[in-house]
Write a protein that binds this ligand. Sequence first.
Ligand code: NAD
Ligand code: UDP
Ligand code: UDP
Length: 323
Amino acid sequence: MSVMSKRILVTGGAGFLGSHLCERLLQQGHEVLCVDNYFTGRRANVAHLLANPRFETMRHDVTFPLYVEVDEIYNLACPASPVHYQHDPVQTTKTSVHGAINMLGLAKRLRARILQASTSEVYGDPQVHPQTEEYWGHVNPIGYRSCYDEGKRCAETLFFDYHRQHGLRIKVARIFNTYGPRMHPSDGRVVSNFVMQALNDRPITLYGDGSQTRSFCYVSDMVDGLIRLMNTPDEVTGPVNLGNPVEMSIRELAETVIALTGSRSEIVHERLPWDDPVQRKPDITLARKLLDWQPHVPLREGLVATIEYFRDLQDRVAADEGV
Ligand code: NAD
Ligand code: UDP
Ligand code: UDP
């Protein structure tokens, strides 16, 4: 399929999701500007793209104004792992809120389309299951997760106010748990934790009794959904849920990772983090209808690719260290 080449800004482009998005947009023939402050992202994630003359990186913190010339903006900049977003919670809120204001200001000046990487966390610890876009959520405004949850909720508010007040063309994606290669090995999220622990025969840290549920989407499916949403007609603003509706308990995930790695790891229980949502599963009826989108990669297949990535990464680190 041939597309008109556009100049596309991806904030958070050196992160896990952002690097896959940059790669896919380049494959489609676009020019890509990756803006990142490298808080949780890594240059290594985009190193293989640097030789492409249509790709450019820029170290920049989105809480500060940004003056560049582009046709489209994907706003992904924000730490996504609870460990990282709680490390400097004030900066997390600033990234979501000031970052959204700056990127919306940029989109307003350029009359550019802008997509926000929102999150299933806007539903908090949901009392409606599975979660539909109509549900307003159940979020603690003053807890440890609030910097992320409320920051993302406020960013959504800003997107819709810029849309109504200034006629901006916006797209809001509510992303559910996504995993895959290029997650940071010490990212702290469950898939990377379990895989790294299993590969090293270290104890698998199951928080609480492991009965809490999540629904895991493979990164290639997510990137496909984000691009489809960006390319919808102007009247489609979202929010649209993007995620894999196959729900499982975290205990089942631990057992699957152990089985797929052939690990000797044992499961140990640790304290459940504050406000850890009990259950989460996207209703993707709207995405199916508006984007003709649904995930295709089954969990086992995605996990095998992710395990392979972390295994290679460990081997390379060991080789560099002469181990
Ligand atoms: P990630 O931590 O790998 O990527 C985030 C990127 O943003 C990193 O490269 C980081 O350095 C950069 N960044 C952070 N603060 C910044 C700032 N102030 N200025 C510029 N760059 C900054 O996480 P990810 O999983 O790739 O998440 C990407 C986006 O998708 C985030 O906005 C996240 O909230 C959203 N999201 C992800 C998931 C998921 O499961 N992966 C789920 C819901 C929402
Ligand atoms: N902004 C930016 N790049 C631009 C235009 C605006 O980073 O190309 C930032 C700028 O910091 C501004 C914010 O976006 O404060 C919001 O812009 P808007 O035009 O909505 O508001 P104002 O300029 O009136 O504050
Ligand atoms: N979790 C776990 N062990 C870990 C990391 C996470 O049991 O080493 C649990 C965590 O308590 C949560 C689920 O796995 O119930 C998903 O956690 P993650 O941090 O990946 O994402 P989020 O809570 O934001 O969905």
